[in-house]
Write a protein that binds this ligand. Sequence first.
Ligand code: ADP
Length: 268
Amino acid sequence: MIVVKVGGSVGIDLAALCQDIGELVRNGQQLVLVHGGSARTNEVAAQLGHPPQFVTSVSGFTSRRTDRETLRIFEMVYCGEVNKGIVEMLQAQGVNAVGLSGIDGRLLSGRRKEAIKIVDERGRRMVLRDDYTGTVEQVNTSLIELLLENGYLPVITPPAISDQNEAINVDGDRAAALIASSLKAEKLIILSNVPGLLRNFPDESSLIRQIDAAQVGQFMEHAQGRMRIKVLGAIEAIEQGVRQVVFADGRIAKPLSAALAGGGTVIG
Ligand code: ADP
């Protein structure tokens, strides 16, 4: 069993991915798909007059500012347009996909951050208290297994649900990492709009092909912006027993087959 996370950035070819999944599933591959939707959420939020904002935590991780209105737009795009779009494409491939958010059946549950400490552009520290973001702490593996055992392919998206039963925006890469370790998956494949982890971003010829599992922490220095969370997710997955994590290109034909054949950055 493998867990595949596909990002929501510009350039990712979801149709090519779904076609590839169709072929792999027909050849007996069992998998769970986790997806994002960031670029489309930015567009829709701007169209609805609530433009996206991003904040950087004091520890240097960037995340979407998620007030109540943003959460509403986030759900429209992630759980609506993107999730149902993927399910429709997989159904067209003969794959019986079921789309679920982390709220459904408490698939992904965790803690809402009471306050997030951020640094603004001028380096000033601030505390946000009305943000609906958090961290996934538990995966309802029995719900996922129920689907897999009955021949369904789960298509999972944030948000997650908090202990106080609020929807919370959680990072998709870290959620996928916890799903992979909780399901004891052999591999976690993270598809994005880059060929993998680049030593000198954005130079695509500087792709790092192999990272020893014990050394992955040292590679954080190469990651900037959003890539930092992916590296963090990879570290968490490896620490929790996933044998291999691959960062691979989601813009190409047969993106998953290419990643399974050794393409991208292989960790482990
Ligand atoms: P997704 O939406 O696919 O989850 P993100 O946009 O969140 O992807 O994160 C991937 C982005 O990280 C890339 O598009 C790239 O702009 C950025 N990035 C920063 N540093 C690196 C690096 N060293 N190697 C690859 N990508 C990097």
